[in-house]
Each structure stands twice: as C-alpha cells, then as structure tokens.
Design a protein around this ligand. Structure first.
Ligand SMILES: Nc1nc2c(ncn2[C@@H]2O[C@H](COP(=O)(O)OP(=O)(O)OP(=O)(O)O)[C@@H](O)[C@H]2O)c(=O)[nH]1
Ligand SMILES: [Mg+2]
Length: 448
C-alpha cells in the first residue's frame, strides 16, 4: 500500500533527517521533493499546495528542545500534518438512537459497493447487530444474486423484489426491517460507468425516501483524483456522511486517501483491503500516515522526547507548589500542558490525594473553558498575586470572561483551598492524606 509514495518521501526526507540545523534552503529543497512525491501519488494539486505551505510555515516556528535534531522535528511535523490531512482521528459509523439505523451505499460501477455492503453487514453482525441487506440495484440481474450469495455466506437476510422500482423495494424493506426487528438496514444501489443524471436522480429519490443516517460513498482507491472528483459530485447532490475507500490492498498511489477529506470535507470511515468478506478496516489516519511516511522510529522518538520535556516542566511546577509559590499564572501553564495531553481529570489527578477521590466524578469540559477564560481575564499582577482581587476586580473579570461573579469567586476559593492543602502537605501531612499509597511524583504527568 502506497509503496511508491512511501519510497519517494523517504528519499525526500533523507537529507534532512539528521540535520543539526534547518535552513531555509534545506527545508525548501526537502519540501520541493515532498511536493513532487505527493503530486506523483495523484494527490490533488490544491491539497498539495496547502500541505507544503502549512509545513513550511510551521517549520519556521519549530522550537528545538532537549536532544532532538531539527530534522527529526521536521519529520514529526510532516507526519502530524499527514494525519491532519486525513481527518485526525477515526470516524465511527453513526448509529440511530432508535432502530433501525439506515445506511445507504452509493458509487460508480465496479467501485465495490455490493462487496462493501456484505463486509459491513458481516462486521456489524459480529458486534451483535442484526443487519438487513437490501438489493436496490435492479439493472444487472446478477447484482441481486451477488448480494444474496453474500448474505448466505454470513447467514443474514437479503431483501429483494422482482419487477419493482428501487423506491418501492426500499419502502418495503423498511417495513420488513421493522416487522422482523432488523436494527441496521444496508441499502445497496446501482452504479453507472460515469455520473449521469438518471442515476443521480435515482439515488437522490432513494435518499428522500429512506432518510438514511449514513450515506456512504464507495470509491475505488486505484482511481486516484477521479475518485475525489466523483466523490465531490455525489456530495453536492446527496450530502454524504462518509466515504469508503476500496481496493487499498492493490497498488494504489495514495492520492485518493490523502485528498478526499480535504476536498469533500467528509471523513473516510472504512477501507476495503481485499475481496474477502472480512477484508474491511476502520480508517485510522494515524496508522495510514505512519505507513506512508514509514519513519515510525523518528516519530516515536520525538514524541518521547516531548513527553520528557513536559515532565521537566511538571517538576518545576511541583517545586513551586512545595514552596507555595504556585500562582494562577502557573495554573494556566499547567492547564495548557494538560490540554495538550489529555483531560481535566488528569489535571486534578496531579494533585496528590485528589486523583483517587476524583476518579468517579463526571468532569464538565465546559468548566475547563470557563476556568481558562477567568484566568485569562486577570491581569498578570492579579494572577501572581490573587490577594489583590477585590470586589470590583472580580466584577471586571466576570464581565471580561463572560462568566458570573459566583464563578469567579468559586475559582478563587478553590485556588485558595488548593494552596492551603499544599501548605499542609508540605508540612508533613502528605503521608497522612495519601494513606498508604506508594509515593509518586505529585505532578506525575506522563504520557504512558
Ligand atoms: N482487491 C480488492 N477487490 C475488491 C475490494 N472491494 C471490492 N473488490 C472487487 O471489486 C469488484 C467489484 O466489486 P462490487 O462489489 O461488485 O462493485 P459494485 O460497486 O457493487 O459494482 P456494480 O454493482 O457493478 O456497480 C469485485 O471483483 C470485488 O471482488 C477490495 O477492497 N479489494
Ligand atoms: Mg453492485
């Protein structure tokens, strides 16, 4: 998968990997090769241009910390941008709150729609669902048989009807699904060689009738940019909810996988990786990026080093806590650090004795934003020296942060309580408060 792109990127970045210094010249040189590699892989021109511009801009701001080489950071940057290009995280299938969930599958002829319907039904069945396959491709006599045979292979019912129009079949299938308690309805539709009005109208009609929770566009990854253009045309007409890329097991260049998300604005939800019924995988942008870049060692190295740098910062804050010099300013730094790494729960977990108590408490992430807004509305002096926060200052902060005086008061009170607790702990009560737990770094923030 993506071997040629992978090789070309490897070549493009070879010169820069071990660089002690990034200059405009060597960055430009490497990025020119990256650009060529992406275009050769049939990545959309505008997507490529934006990718290169973004990487270039961010590379200027690369801050070299610890023992890392600038070249390594550059590779990590490119990796992260590849991930972002494909949608950052895995995008799950939307399930209707009330069954049945209706999934309509559309795409050009031979793209792998019918095969995908079978694969999806199979994977949902394994998760305990009871799918119904619906044959709405009435134009090729063999199409219904193909779906029936897939259904038989995984022991799932296939709804079909002779001499009926797709709309009629779909409507009857819904009635059937409700009657027999099928909780997912997967509708296979007919494809054409190219986009034509008749086909578009037919799927558009099916959409208004079915009101699907998911409209998945199936496209053949081997067709590169064409796949992206067709996806766009379908999206304009149908408002897709997601894309399925098939035949990723073949000799695909990567263009479709890398461009579709940016161009169509919809996530790739699944990839087909073979003809067999179980050759379906969720789409993980991170994994695909790693496969494409093939420099997992460097990416991991940079991640680890960055985590260590965070640890150093944590130690510094820990010292401040102990000396009772912890201010709102530090609190804000701490929040930024945590935000980068995870949740508010982790922030609370860093305070000794609190993590255990907080483990089962629901934490409102909006509160997180409120706290940040309040601190940001304080002047530097107020953050370092919260004692000066009198009534009128609190009023100003509440107005400035779009919160209430009560919110501001509460935060200040909590902050003071925390300081008090810290003071007590450093006076030797820590062991008491923590019971018999193993001593640990109070700010024990680690990625793993
Ligand atoms: N290697 C590989 N082959 C696939 C994959 N998905 C589908 N195919 C093959 O592609 C061919 C077409 O698949 P179909 O599922 O019939 O495609 P379709 O979109 O339903 O085609 P029409 O109904 O004619 O529009 C079949 O030979 C499948 O076995 C995949 O992920 N990898
Ligand atoms: Mg088909």
């Amino acid at each position: 998968m993506f071997e040629s792109l992978s090789d070309k990127l490897d070549y493009a970045l070879k010169a820069i990997r071990g660089q002690n210094k990034l200059t405009e010249d060597n960055v430009n040189e490497a990025l020119a090769e990256v650009r060529r590699a992406l275009l050769d892989a049939d990545v959309n021109f505008n997507v490529t241009k934006k990718f290169i511009d973004d990487v270039k801009e961010k590379s200027l701001g690369l801050e070299v910390k610890g023992n890392l080489l600038p070249g390594q950071l550059m590779i990590k940057l490119i990796h992260d941008e590849l991930v972002a290009l494909m949608g950052a995280s895995k995008s799950d299938l939307v399930m209707a709150p009330q069954a049945p969930t209706i999934i309509m599958v559309a795409g050009l002829q031979g793209s792998g729609k019918t095969t995908f319907c079978g694969k999806l039904a199979n994977s949902l069945k394994k998760k305990g669902r009871q799918p119904l396959l619906v044959a709405c491709d009435i134009y090729r006599p063999a199409a219904i048989d193909q779906l029936r045979s897939l259904g038989a292979q995984i022991s799932l019912p296939v709804f079909s009807k002779e001499d009926a129009k797709p709309a009629e079949i779909a409507a009857d299938a819904l009635v059937y699904a409700k009657k027999y308690g099928r909780d997912v309805v997967i509708v296979d539709t007919a494809g054409r060689l190219t986009i034509d009005e008749e086909m578009m109208q037919e799927v558009a009609d099916l959409k208004s009738l079915l009101k699907p929770h998911e409209i998945l566009f199936v496209c053949d990854a081997m067709t590169g940019q064409d796949a992206v253009n067709t996806a766009q045309a379908f999206h304009e007409r149908l408002e897709l909810t997601g894309v399925v890329l098939t035949k990723l097991d073949g000799d695909t260049r990567g263009g479709a996988a890398l461009s579709i998300r940016s161009v169509v604005g919809k996530p790739i939800k699944f990839v087909g990786v073979g003809e067999k019924i179980d050759a379906l995988e969720p789409f993980y942008p991170e994994r695909i990026a790693s496969r494409i870049l093939g420099m997992g060692d460097i990416v991991t190295l940079v991640e680890k080093a960055q985590a260590q740098i965070d640890d150093k910062e944590a130690e510094r804050l820990e010292e401040k806590l102990k000396k009772n010099q912890f201010t709102f300013e530090d609190f804000l730094d701490q929040m930024k650090l945590i935000k980068k790494m995870g949740s508010l729960r982790d922030l609370l977990g860093m305070i000794p004795g609190v993590d255990k108590a907080m483990r089962d408490v629901q934490i409102d992430d909006k509160a997180f934003g409120r706290v940040e807004a309040i601190i940001l509305s304080m002047t530097k002096d107020e953050r370092v020296n919260p004692r000066v926060l009198n009534g009128s200052r609190r009023k100003r902060i509440a107005a400035g942060s779009g919160t209430s005086i009560q919110d501001v008061n509460r935060l200040i009170k909590q902050f003071e309580d925390m300081q008090k607790m810290m003071r007590n702990m450093t006076k030797g009560k820590m062991a008491n408060m923590m019971g018999n737990r193993q001593p640990q770094s109070p700010l024990g923030m680690r990625r793993n």
